[in-house]
Design a binder for this molecule. Structure first.
Ligand code: FAD
Ligand code: DLZ
Ligand code: SF4
Length: 511
């Protein structure tokens, strides 16, 4: 039997299930660069370069192994622009008996695949994506009958399953989670590791000029393209992180600093999501650091939790709840996304710094995504669909299965608490404590009235006032609502006035 094996742009791993049992010199491996995938949202230019160049390099490694690879480039004559039509064209080039593919990461593509057998008139086998620790069935079984889904309990199941950081049935060191030790603000003179930068080779340079020509209107700079493109480079990035970032990863995970775009974060998410690195090998590298005593248990536990906890958990929620998941809008947020999310032109320094870095790197670290751009969108009542589209566009690691639950559920609480137990809402005081942004800002996080009052402060209280009926019964919101109850009436009115004036101007600025 001759098989046409389609490999998608985020399935760039030799262990991918669709390449299992591949027959050399008989089966055809098909990889296609298609316009639809580059434009279903207008991805950051660096993301398009990363995906296309990594695809081209991966195809070459398969060829070197002796596999028959049929590779369609974006600017090849006759390229139809879609997965379905490229499969149809490939079938006319290759007489085969069936099509084989690994399930996609995104619901949108899954729906497309459901029609292939019928529209292409060819048997289609869709295999499970075995790169994840938890299958869809296993997640559904874990979720069944639970009143609420909480990452912490799911994570413990994953720890038991992998046996990582376990002492029999108990967590190593006596605690499941060392998050309490992970909330330090950054000492001023701490030396921060430099990001490992990869120099674009000839293939990447060719893709860069293609993207400059064809996607010039997309968001983002290309001058600072330093991503790893091959598996070897990605392994080097992993080693660099384990040696330099991991030891202090936990302690300063929630910190933010002007001009330091990466701090102690791994910058590995695009590689794991594309398949250049396997989540298992990333965790194993971190675990070796505890054995070799080059990183403390708290840092390694914190890192492993992100990968086998959060990453697997959000994927589970996505597939368990789609497609209705993205329809909810718990706060009935209806404000358009402000223009400064694209231009970075705002006097709010925290937002300006994060959005500028996002444009430069196609990256922001978690706390910037959650507590700066996400927090502002939550407090201001920006439409979930527009915020979600922004997050899907601007980051190199953005794929809907991981972006949507993080944005819709974690940052915006638009799912009403499916994913998080309370909204991550914070005032300027939090940002002032965790960053140095406020020091150079036009606004003052301590001021209560006047033009320099930090917008995060009145927006925070206005958010609580506006959503009191929705949130007051949440036990985790008891403290903020006690604070609001103590607020004198005139102060409350002042906040409503300040927030109203500010938000009115914000809407006007939408392009
Ligand atoms: P590190 O801080 O070094 O963490 C290590 C690894 O853990 C990451 O590489 C990633 O694989 C995993 N991880 C950490 N946190 C999460 C999380 N919350 N969900 C899933 N995996 C996690 N991550 C994406 O991969 N793609 C996205 O599109 C994406 N969108 C996000 C949108 C919002 C609003 C928020 C709040 C978070 C989003 N995240 C997303 C999660 C997280 O912010 C990124 O994974 C992380 O910042 C990537 O940088 P890093 O590799 O340096 O991560
Ligand atoms: C993100 C992306 C882009 C920009 N281009 C392609 C492409 O040309 N060909 C391809 O196979 N995949 C691409 N991708 C990744 C896909 O969007 C991704 O595989 C699906 O969203 C499924 O998760
Ligand atoms: Fe952001 Fe307010 Fe601080 Fe300015 S003062 S950086 S707006 S939190």
């Amino acid at each position: 039997m001759r098989t046409l094996r389609l490999i998608l742009g985020d399935q760039l791993n030799r262990e991918i299930s669709s390449l299992r049992d591949v027959v050399l010199a008989l089966d055809i491996v098909l990889m296609v660069e298609v316009w639809d995938e580059a434009t279903y949202v207008h991805h950051h230019k660096q993301k398009i370069v990363l995906v296309l160049s990594a695809m081209r390099h991966f195809a070459e490694t398969l060829r070197q192994e002796g596999l028959l690879v049929d590779y369609v480039r974006l600017d090849d004559e006759g390229n139809s622009g879609s997965f379905t039509e490229e499969l149809r064209r490939a079938l006319s080039r290759h007489p085969v008996d069936r099509i084989l593919v690994t399930e996609p990461g995104e619901w949108r593509v899954w729906q497309m695949m459901q029609n292939w057998q019928y529209t292409l008139g060819m048997p289609v086998e869709i295999r499970e994506d075995t790169r994840f620790f938890c299958s869809h069935d296993e997640f559904d079984q874990w979720a069944m009958g639970r009143k609420s889904l909480r990452m912490e309990f799911f994570y413990r199941q994953m720890r038991r399953k992998t046996g990582w950081l376990m002492d029999g049935d108990q967590p190593e060191g006596g605690q499941w989670n060392y998050d309490r030790e992970n909330r330090k603000s950054l000492p001023q003179h701490l030396v921060i590791p430099t990001r490992q930068q990869f120099v674009p080779d000839a293939v990447t340079r060719e893709v860069i000029s293609l993207v400059q020509q064809r996607f010039s209107s997309h968001f983002g700079d290309l001058e600072h393209f330093h991503w790893a493109i091959t598996r070897d480079e990605a392994i080097s990035a992993l080693d660099h992180f384990v040696a330099n970032g991991l030891p202090l990863f936990g302690e300063y995970q929630d910190s933010m600093k002007t001009g330091e775009d990466f701090l102690f974060h791994s910058i590995l998410s695009p590689y794991i999501n594309l398949g250049l690195l396997h989540a298992r090998e990333v965790c194993e590298a971190a675990l070796r650091a505890t054995q070799q005593k080059t990183a403390p248990l708290s840092a390694v536990e914190g890192f492993v939790r992100q990968v086998i906890g959060w990453r697997e958990f959000v994927r589970g929620v996505y597939w368990a709840k789609m497609p209705s998941y993205q329809q909810s809008n718990f706060f009935e947020a209806d404000r358009p996304l402000p223009a400064f999310y694209w231009t970075a032109e705002t006097d709010m320094r925290c937002l300006r710094e994060v959005i500028t870095a996002t444009r430069r790197n196609a990256y922001a670290h978690h706390i910037q995504r959650l507590m700066i751009t996400g927090n502002f969108a939550l407090l201001s009542g920006i439409m979930p669909a527009q915020v979600e589209e922004w997050y899907l566009i601007v980051y190199a690691d953005a794929f809907e299965w991981v972006e949507l639950p993080n944005t819709h559920g974690m940052a915006l609480f638009a799912d009403g608490g499916v994913l998080a137990s309370k909204p991550y809402a914070a005032s300027g005081a939090y940002i002032d404590r965790m960053s140095d942004y406020c020091a150079g800002c036009f606004y003052d996080p301590k001021s209560r009235s006047g033009v320099r009052t930090c917008p995060f402060n009145f927006l925070y209280w206005y958010f609580l006032i506006r959503n009191q009926d929705r949130l007051i019964s949440n036990p985790r919101m008891a403290l903020p609502y006690q604070g609001l109850a103590r607020m004198p009436g005139p102060r409350r009115s002042e906040i409503i006035q300040q927030a109203g004036d500010f938000l009115e101007n914000l809407s006007i600025s939408y392009p």
